[in-house]
Design a protein around this ligand. Structure first.
Ligand SMILES: *Cc1c(COP(=O)(O)O)cnc(C)c1O
Length: 404
C-alpha cells in the first residue's frame, strides 16, 4: 500500500488523543509468536497483546474462520440471532458452570453487564436496600465509568465527576477486610481470580473459599472477572476451575476472540432471568463475525494438548527467569499461574519495569508490565518452545544491559 503521507510514530502525536504513549515500533505483520515492524525488524511476542492473542498471530484456524464467515455474513443486529453466536454460546455453556450467555465486545462491556445484572437481580429478589458492591483494591475491571469505579485504583476513576455509588473496596487476600464490609445489603462481591493489572497476585485457597462462603451467608452474588485469566491462560479453561470455587456470574473477553473483539457475561438460568427483554443490550454484541472467530479460538484452546501445554510452557519461562535472576539478581519473586507470569523487580530496580520493557523491545522481545515494579509475560498459549527460549535469551540481553 502506498501512502500519501508518512505513516509513522510522529503521526500518532498529530492525530491521536494523547491517552496512550505507544512505543516507536509499529508492527505490520505477525505469524505465530513472531512479529515484524515497518522496517522488517523481527520481534518475539511474549506479551500476546496483553493476554489477548492466545493462539499467536494469524493462527490458521482463526484466519480460516475469519475468511469463511467474512464471505457469509458479518452483522445482523440483535433483532435476529445467528448461527455462530448460538454455536459459541452452546460450547461455553457445555464447558462451564453457566447456563446462559450474553455477548458483548470487550471486557469492560462484559463487566458492565455483570454489574447491572447483579444490581437488577438484587432489586428484584431482595428489594432496594441490597445494592452494595464489594470489590478489591488494585482490582481492574475496565474503563467505563461503572467498571473503573468498581476497579480498585482511584487514579483511574478520579477526575470524572460524581461516581456510581454504593461501591466499596476490600483488600485482596484479606478475608477479614471482606467480613468488615459484607452484610445483607451486599448484592455482589466482584473479584479477579488472579489480579492481573494489579500486579499478578494469586488468591490463596482459603481466601477464595472464604469469599464464596461469605457471599452465601449474605445472599450476595460472587462475580469472577476472568477477562484476563479466562480461555486457558492459567492452564484451566477458566481459572475458577483450578480454584475449586464456582462463581454466580463470570466475565470473559481478551483471549475469547484470540485477537478479534468479543466479550461475554455468563451465568445461571436463575440469575439470567432478571435481564429481561429490553433491560440491556449492545448493537455489535454477538455479531456473527466475532462469534465465528471466537468459536474457532475456543475449540482450539479447549483441548488437553493446549491446556497441558500451558503448564509445560509456563515452567520453561519460570525456570528461565530464575536462571536470569541467579546471574543478574534483578527479581525478588517470580509469580502468577500458567502463562500469566509476573517477575517482581527487587529493591534495587523499584519503579523500573518500563525500562525493562523498553530494553527488551530493543533486543527484539515484546513483554508487558503490571504496574511500575513488575515485568509481565502473557504469550500465546501455543508459543513454540524454541520461541520461548530465544525470546528469553533476548530478554536476558536486555537485563544484562540494564544491570551493567
Ligand atoms: C483487560 C481487563 C478488563 C478490560 O477489558 P477491555 O476489553 O479493555 O474493556 C477487565 N477486567 C480485567 C481483569 C482485565 O484484565
Amino acid at each position: 500500500m502506498t501512502n500519501q503521507f508518512p505513516v509513522n510514530r510522529a503521526l500518532f502525536d498529530d492525530v491521536m488523543v494523547p491517552n496512550y504513549s505507544p512505543s516507536a515500533v509499529i508492527p505490520v505483520r505477525g505469524e505465530g509468536s513472531r512479529v515484524w515492524d515497518q522496517e522488517d525488524r523481527e520481534f518475539i511476542d511474549l506479551a500476546g497483546g496483553i493476554a489477548v492473542t492466545c493462539l499467536g498471530h494469524c493462527h490458521p484456524a482463526l484466519v480460516s474462520a475469519l475468511k469463511d464467515q467474512g464471505e457469509r455474513i458479518w452483522h445482523l443486529s440483535n433483532v435476529m440471532t445467528n448461527e455462530p453466536a448460538l454455536r459459541l454460546a452452546k460450547k461455553i455453556v457445555d464447558n462451564t458452570f453457566a447456563d446462559k450467555v450474553y455477548f458483548a465486545n470487550s471486557g469492560a462491556e462484559s463487566n458492565e453487564a455483570a454489574f447491572k445484572l447483579a444490581r437488577r437481580w438484587a432489586l428484584d429478589v431482595h428489594g432496594e436496600d441490597k445494592s452494595q458492591i464489594i470489590a478489591f483494591k488494585q482490582g481492574f475491571h475496565g474503563r467505563t465509568f461503572f467498571t473503573v469505579t468498581v476497579g480498585g485504583q482511584e487514579v483511574y476513576s478520579d477526575g470524572f465527576g460524581p461516581k456510581p455509588g454504593d461501591i466499596f473496596h476490600a483488600e485482596y487476600n484479606n478475608l477479614d477486610s471482606v467480613k468488615a464490609l459484607i452484610s445483607d445489603k451486599t448484592c455482589a462481591v466482584v473479584m479477579e481470580p488472579l489480579q492481573g493489572e494489579g500486579g499478578i497476585v494469586s488468591p490463596t485457597d482459603e481466601f477464595v473459599k472464604g469469599v464464596r462462603e461469605l457471599c452465601d451467608q449474605h445472599n450476595a452474588l460472587l462475580v469472577f472477572d476472568e477477562v484476563q485469566t479466562g480461555v486457558g491462560r492459567t492452564g484451566d479453561l477458566y481459572a475458577y476451575m483450578g480454584l475449586g470455587v464456582t462463581p454466580d456470574i463470570l466475565t470473559t473477553a481478551k483471549a475469547l476472540g484470540g485477537g478479534f473483539p468479543i466479550g461475554a457475561m455468563i451465568t445461571t438460568t436463575e440469575i439470567a432471568k432478571h435481564l429481561k427483554i429490553g433491560t440491556h443490550g449492545s448493537t455489535y454484541g454477538g455479531n456473527p463475525l466475532a462469534c465465528a472467530i471466537a468459536e474457532a479460538a475456543f475449540d482450539t484452546v479447549n483441548t488437553p494438548e493446549v491446556l497441558d501445554g500451558v503448564k509445560a510452557k509456563a515452567k520453561i519461562i519460570v525456570d528461565a527467569l530464575n536462571t536470569i535472576n541467579s546471574k543478574h539478581n534483578v527479581f525478588s519473586e517470580i509469580r502468577g499461574k500458567g502463562l500469566l507470569i509476573g517477575a517482581v523487580l527487587n529493591e534495587k530496580y523499584q519503579g523500573k519495569a518500563k525500562d525493562f520493557l523498553n530494553a527488551a523491545m530493543d533486543e527484539g522481545a515484546m513483554t508487558l508490565v503490571a504496574g511500575a515494579n513488575i515485568v509481565r509475560f502473557a504469550p500465546s498459549l501455543v508459543i513454540p518452545d524454541g520461541d520461548i527460549t530465544e525470546g528469553l535469551e533476548r530478554f536476558e540481553r536486555a537485563v544484562a544491559k540494564l544491570t551493567q
